[in-house]
Design a binder for this molecule. Structure first.
Ligand code: NI
Length: 223
C-alpha cells in the first residue's frame, strides 16, 4: 500500500514537471512508457515491479537533451526525489542506475542493461520512439531543435560515440537511419520485440511514401 502511495506521488510529481512539454518528452510519453513497461513486466515475469514503475516514471525527468547534454542531471534529480520518499539506498541505486543507463547513445554504441528491470524500461521507452507515435515525436523534436525535415544532400551518419550523436544537427529524416530503424533489433525482451515489428513496418511504409511524394512519383497513379 505504501508503495502505491509513492507511485501515485511520483506520477503526480513527474506530471507537474513535464505536462505540456512540446518536444515529445511530455507527460503522455512518460505515461505510455510507464504502462508499456508494466505490460512487458507482466509478460516477462520476475521483475521487481516497484523498481520498473519508478524508473519508468522518472526516466526523463532530467534528460540530457534538456540540460545542455549533461547526463549527470537525470540521476541526480531522481536520487533527490527518491531520498525524499525515504526509500532504502539499495532501491534508490537500482532506479538511478536504470535512468542513467537508459538513453540512446548512437548507432554503433552498445546498450547493455544489466538488470531485467532496466531492460524492460528501456524496451518500453524505445517502443515509444518507433511507429506512428515515434514518427510524430521525432518530427516534434526536430522542430523543437530547428532542424530541416529532410535534405537529400545530407547523408545519415551511424554515430560510434555519444558525443557526436548528441551534437548532431542533421535533418529529421536522417534520425530514422541513425536510431529509429535500428531499435527493433535492440529490444531486449521477446514481448517488446514482438510489439516492435508492426511499428517498425509502419515506419518503413512511412519512409517509402515520404520519398514517393518527395520525388513526385506519386502522380503516376500507381502508388
Ligand atoms: Ni523517454
Amino acid at each position: 500500500m505504501q508503495q502505491q502511495a509513492i507511485i501515485d506521488k511520483t506520477a503526480a510529481y513527474v506530471k507537474s514537471q513535464l505536462e505540456g512539454e512540446g518536444s515529445g518528452h511530455d507527460w503522455w510519453h512518460i505515461f505510455r512508457v510507464w504502462k508499456s513497461a508494466l505490460y512487458i513486466a507482466s509478460q516477462e515475469r520476475g521483475a521487481d515491479i516497484f523498481i520498473v514503475e519508478l524508473a519508468a516514471l522518472l526516466h526523463d525527468i532530467g534528460d540530457h537533451k534538456f540540460h545542455n547534454g549533461d547526463e549527470t542531471v537525470g540521476p541526480r534529480l531522481v536520487r533527490e526525489w527518491l531520498e525524499k520518499q525515504l526509500l532504502e539506498e539499495e532501491l534508490i541505486a537500482a532506479v538511478c542506475a536504470i535512468v542513467s543507463g537508459l538513453s540512446y547513445k548512437g548507432a554503433s554504441t552498445s546498450s547493455a542493461m544489466p538488470t531485467l528491470e532496466g531492460r524492460i524500461v528501456q524496451d518500453a521507452d524505445r517502443l515509444d520512439a518507433i511507429g506512428a507515435i515515434g514518427i510524430a515525436r521525432t518530427f516534434a523534436y526536430g522542430g523543437h531543435k530547428g532542424r530541416e525535415l529532410y535534405n537529400p544532400a545530407i547523408e545519415p551518419v551511424l554515430h560510434d560515440n555519444f558525443e557526436s550523436y548528441k551534437s548532431n544537427t542533421a535533418p529529421t529524416i536522417n534520425h530514422f537511419y541513425e536510431k529509429l530503424l535500428l531499435l527493433k533489433d535492440r529490444m531486449h525482451t521477446p514481448t517488446a520485440r514482438a510489439l516492435a515489428e508492426k511499428r517498425h513496418q509502419y515506419m518503413e511504409n512511412f519512409l517509402s511514401q515520404f520519398y514517393a511524394e518527395w520525388n513526385a512519383t506519386d502522380h503516376s497513379g500507381n502508388s
